[in-house]
Write a protein that binds this ligand. Structure first.
Ligand SMILES: NC(=O)C1=CN([C@@H]2O[C@H](COP(=O)(O)OP(=O)(O)OC[C@H]3O[C@@H](n4cnc5c(N)ncnc54)[C@H](OP(=O)(O)O)[C@@H]3O)[C@@H](O)[C@H]2O)C=CC1
Ligand SMILES: O=C(O)C1=NCCCC1
Length: 368
């Protein structure tokens, strides 16, 4: 571990609860942590001679699933070596962590989140458990941020480069207004200054009342952030997707919801939801035409084994090749459909869990 990284010198692990995570986690800092995670995975996957010495590396097996009566427990261990802790800083850390997370679909009917988890952060030199970070909000921010990073590198950066003033504005479609749908909408709004102005948000949810609730949240958010976007609740998925530049699907549907005919020719989709399998929300006619990007090849080999599409590669590899003219670009063909098929991976929880832990230690340094 670098000399800059903080450690817990107490005998007991710190417990960082949901409220503290909400206070500590910032969207722009999370974006940097997620970029480090993506890059570490793809740098590690390179042939050792082609690996970039100044970029982080990682180790993460495909996650395991334990089926219980009402749902599933996922075990997601990971290590990220020599990741930068903040943009523009030379401070680096190596982090070993494991997220344990459950998905119990019927929890909504008893007023509980369907997804509940904790990230366990270990000292990467001694293996001692240093912190337990509650990971519901963390999973919301890190998953939405993974989509933001993918949208930025695959779609928005090339679009910004084509405009004279280097800015773009988007219509955003949210298919599924549960926790993830909400976090994605808020994430796009909160990062407008860095990524793209949001001018319209279109919402669809199976139970329409939840889309109406999210409209209220986003209207409040517009007041808080001084944003000027319109929000529409849509009766159909087709109406939600029509004219959108960027779409997020975040449902538990096992049946296709989004068809090719609903889409503009040039659109980026973040397919986040996992029904029975992880690529159910988009119809085969979308997969027949689009270019698919993933977070993690090894996870995809297991969890996307039945996906029939053109899988171009990892988002981290796209980032690694940016500004390196000697490396062939992996960017999507301009004017087409790109899909980020988000599985979610342990290294995201490793770097974001570490960010929360570092900020917690800094905020409580007088008590250490
Ligand atoms: N890729 C990743 O990294 C992650 C992916 N996920 C996945 O994202 C999805 C959403 O999670 P989250 O927001 O936390 O869960 P929530 O329980 O908060 O929301 C679930 C959403 O899915 C909708 N839904 C469920 N079944 C169907 C269906 N058959 N057809 C249409 N809509 C349906 C619900 O609609 P309604 O309100 O009508 O019930 C609701 O909008 C899940 O599939 C989850 O596994 C979660 C975390 C990380
Ligand atoms: O990556 C995660 O975290 C999850 N992915 C799929 C559903 C449960 C949580």
């Amino acid at each position: 571990m670098s000399k800059h990284a903080a450690t817990n010198t107490r005998s007991r692990p710190m417990f960082i609860d949901e409220d503290q995570v909400k206070q500590l986690l910032d969207w722009n800092e999370a974006r940097y942590a997620i970029e480090q995670s993506f890059v570490s995975v793809s740098n590690q996957a390179r042939d050792p001679v082609a690996r970039f010495a100044d970029q982080p590396v990682s180790s993460q097996p495909a996650r395991t699933f334990v089926q219980a009566e009402g749902g599933v427990l996922l075990c997601m261990p990971g290590f990220v070596g020599q990741h930068r802790l903040a943009s523009g800083s030379s401070d680096r850390a190596s982090t070993l962590a494991c997220k344990l997370i459950t998905s119990f679909r019927k929890n909504a009917s008893i007023g509980l989140p369907s997804i509940n988890g904790e990230v366990f952060v270990f000292n990467s030199t001694t293996g001692k458990l240093e912190a337990i970070v509650e990971a519901n909000h963390l999973t919301g921010i890190r998953t939405a941020t993974a989509s933001l990073v993918a949208t930025d590198h695959l779609f928005l950066r090339p679009a910004r480069a084509r405009t004279p003033d280097g800015t773009v504005s988007i219509q955003l479609g949210i298919v599924g207004c549960g926790f993830q749908g909400m976090m994605h909408a808020i994430g796009f709004v909160r990062t407008q200054a860095a990524l793209a102005r949001v001018r319209v948000i279109r919402l669809w949810n199976r139970t329409p009342g939840r889309a109406t609730q999210l409209k209220e949240v986003l209207t409040e958010e517009a007041k808080k952030t001084g944003s000027n976007y319109s929000v529409f609740v849509c009766d159909t998925v087709e109406d939600c997707c029509r004219d959108c530049d960027v779409i997020v699907t975040a449902t538990g549907s096992s049946e296709p919801l989004v068809y090719r005919s609903f889409l503009k020719p040039n659109v980026h989709i973040n397919a986040v939801g996992a029904g029975e399998f992880h690529h159910a929300e988009l119809a085969q006619d979308v997969y027949d035409e689009c270019q698919v990007y993933i977070d993690h090849q090894e996870g995809a080999r297991k969890e996307l084994a039945t996906l029939r599409s053109n899988i171009v590669g990892e988002v981290g590899e796209v980032i690694l090749r940016e500004n390196r003219p000697q490396e062939e670009s992996l960017l999507p063909k301009p004017g087409g459909i790109s899909v980020f098929q988000s599985l979610g991976m342990a290294t995201e929880d490793v770097t974001v869990g570490r960010l929360v832990y570092e900020k917690y230690l800094k905020a409580h340094s007088d008590q250490m």
